[in-house]
Every structure is written in structure tokens, then in C-alpha cells.
Design a protein around this ligand. Sequence first.
Ligand code: ADP
Length: 348
Amino acid sequence: MVRSAVRVVLRTRPTSKFAEDCIKMNSDNRSIVLSMPKREGLGVVNHQQESYNFKFDSVQHNVGQEKMFETCGEEMVRNVLDGYNVTLLAYGQTGAGKTYTMTGGKYTQASYSQRGLVPRTISDLFNMIKAKTNTAVTVRISYAEIYNENIYDLLDPSTQPTDLVVHEDAKGGVQVKGLCYRPVASEEDALGLLFEGESNRAIGEHQLNKASSRSHTIFSLSLESRDGVEGQERVLLSKLHLVDLAGSERLSKTKSEGSVAKEAQYINKSLSFLEQVIIALGDKSRDHIPYRSSKLTHMLKDSLGGNCKTIMIANIWGESAQLEETLSTCKFAQRMTRVANDATVNFR
Ligand code: ADP
């Protein structure tokens, strides 16, 4: 068994107002120091410490999309083709660059060089599959959104959330019953589904009056790889989940009421359950992992922990007005770096 930890990569969103006095990027490209300014007055958060040292697997400061793909994407594609289940999670406050990292912002308008991890992963995966002459790989795509603990099928908006049920098979494999898993034969097909899902999401946002930052999206590629001679065929199942998480900003800051407060509570809870699950997975003394505490962790059950590789990209927006959220993101990301899990490949 290979022992591998959650890989945590910190990415900064480029800004001309970067708070250099408060955020020091170390030259090792792995660590940063946050100095929190002293503040006085009612209702002001007082920090126990003035400065915080954080160390991650990698810090990507002001880098472009290609570099991000080299840092996170290439390895994921290799891993999923080797039979591992892989989950990549983009975490951070709204505006920190999660969607830009994953899809490339307003993808349809973005220039080619601004493509995010999802389209680059698709492209690389199909190139690698083409090069594998002795293996036949079938790829299926699903694209789900979780909003207020309801699952929506972005590839079939006519499906009601009540018809989508997370199902575990006897071997612990997870599928969402009722969700489309569409076979794709090429990069173009797969990109077509990404666009279709994005546009369904935009329509749904309008109809339900919800902001995209308030939901999680999970773009998944499920692979079935067959090799070997007839009679001795080997079938390898693996999947890659690319997750754009809802904004992690706290409720107190948004000062929200009513339905917005409800959204925020769902988000806070599901991000906190995600953390609890990942931390429990790294604690060998724990025999119960609370996967079923949220739709997100339940959907990712067979792709977090035992049979998987996990990468978290913590996105930060390094302006002084965002320092509290930056600190909170760094603390969350730091907790993730302390987690280890065992990865194995999944033969059928
Ligand atoms: P989030 O998904 O975290 O709410 P977005 O991805 O929507 O944040 O980013 C907010 C804005 O910042 C968008 O206009 C996006 O294009 C821009 N942006 C974010 N990260 C980068 C980056 N690395 N390079 C250039 N622009 C970025």
C-alpha cells in the first residue's frame, strides 16, 4: 500500500492590491507568514497570535493556468489512469479564484490560455488514452451540483433532486442513482458536456435565484480500462472528481438573513463535515467515518481515503480587506496537510 497524504496547494489570485505587509511569501514556494494587524473596537476579532506560519505542499503565487495544471493536473491524470480514485477540491472564499482555477472563469469567453484545470484535464486524459494502445478506456461523465443539501443533475435539469439518491454497492462503490453518467469518446464530447452543464447551471441559478458561489459542483470522469488478452482480461475502475466548493466565507461577515442565512448554514455545515471526514480518515484510531453526514461527503465516499488520492487547492485573495478570510482558509488548508491516507488501485 502506498501511503499518501492530502496534497495541499495554496494559490493566490493576482491583484495589484496584494497585502505585502501582511502576507509574506517565502522563497521555498511552500510556506507563508500571515501577520494580522492589531485592531481595536467593539465587535473586532482579536487574534491570539499576531503572526501565523503556514507550510503547504506548494504555494503558487500569481501563476498562470498552465503552471497550475503542471502542479496539480498532470499527476491527477496519471493517477486516475493507473487506477486510483482521485478527488480535487477547490476551497476558499467567494472571489478567491476557485472557479477560475477549475474551469477558467467565464469559460466560453475566456481565451484558450485561460482554460482551467477541468478542460486541461479532459484534454490531457484523452491524449493519454490515445497513447495507450493496449488498453481500451471507456470514459463516462457526470456533472452534479449540491445546493442546500439537494443534488441537481447539471446534465439533465429535468431530474428532480428527490430522484437523485446516493447509493453504495456491496463493495463500497458509490453512484448517484438517477444521475446521468454519459459516455464520451473524445475531448470534444467531454468539453461539450462541460459547457452543457455550465449553461444548465446558469439557467438554474436564474430560476432558483441562487448565486453560483453558494453551491458545490462535482464534475466527475469515471473510467473503465480494459487490457490483457481474451480470457485473461483485466478491468480497472477508477474515477476523478473535480470539485468546486461553495464559498467558505462565514455567516457573520455576510450579515445575511432568511434564505441566504439558510444557504450559509448548509455551506458551513457541509464544509465542516468535509473537514471532519478527511481528518477522521487520517486518524487510524477512528473506525467510524461520518461520510453520510452530508451529500458531498457521501458522494465522495469511495474517492476520499482508502482508495484515493486527494488534492486540495486553497485559493486566497490576498488583499487587506480579505485578511480574516485568508487566515481562515490557510488554517483550514493547514489542517488538511496533517492528514494521511492509504491509496490502493481498484481491480474488478
Ligand atoms: P470564486 O469562484 O472563488 O468565487 P472566481 O474564480 O469567480 O472566484 O474569481 C473571481 C474573479 O477573479 C473572477 O473575475 C476571475 O476571473 C478573477 N480571477 C481569479 N483568479 C484569477 C487568476 N489566477 N488570474 C486571473 N484572474 C483571476
